[in-house]
Design a protein around this ligand. Structure first.
Ligand SMILES: [Zn+2]
Length: 136
């Protein structure tokens, strides 16, 4: 395993897909569908290459725990457009602002799904959650 893969979110085949599928006329619904696809690719790559998430010491659980595996959020998808030179910085900034507004207006979570309002503590300590950091 190449170093850094444990916490890696963007693999080259995902960047290729983002580059091919992205277009500036996409609706948020289409962007969310693209995110779903990229996130599924990430899980597939990590599973097929047996890449385990990094471990960390959790002061709440008082033990060494495995972090939740990385996920592709809608915002991460938008930021990747800039990071990998697919979209100009000014457009990335504009997309970020519009996404934050759309997300708030529609009560969506970071993945563009309807927010189920889980408590922060539960959100940070479940096995399928975004993060295992109790400080979040
Ligand atoms: Zn914990």
């Amino acid at each position: 395993m190449a170093s850094g893969d444990a916490s890696r979110t963007w693999f080259s085949e995902m960047i290729d897909t983002l580059r091919q599928e992205w277009n500036s006329e996409m609706s948020w619904e289409q962007v969310i569908t693209l995110r779903d696809r990229l996130d599924a690719m990430l899980q597939e790559i990590r599973t097929s290459r047996s890449i385990r998430p990094p471990t960390m010491w959790c002061p709440v659980c008082k033990k060494q725990t495995q972090q939740a595996p990385p996920r592709v959020s809608v915002r991460a998808t938008i930021l990747a457009l800039g990071r990998f030179g697919i979209v100009a910085a000014a457009e990335v900034k504009s997309l970020e602002t519009r996404w934050a507004k759309h997300r708030k207006e529609n009560s969506l979570d970071r993945n563009g799904k309807l927010n189920e309002a889980v408590s922060t503590a539960a959100a940070n300590h479940g096995p399928d959650r975004q993060s295992h950091d109790p400080a979040l």
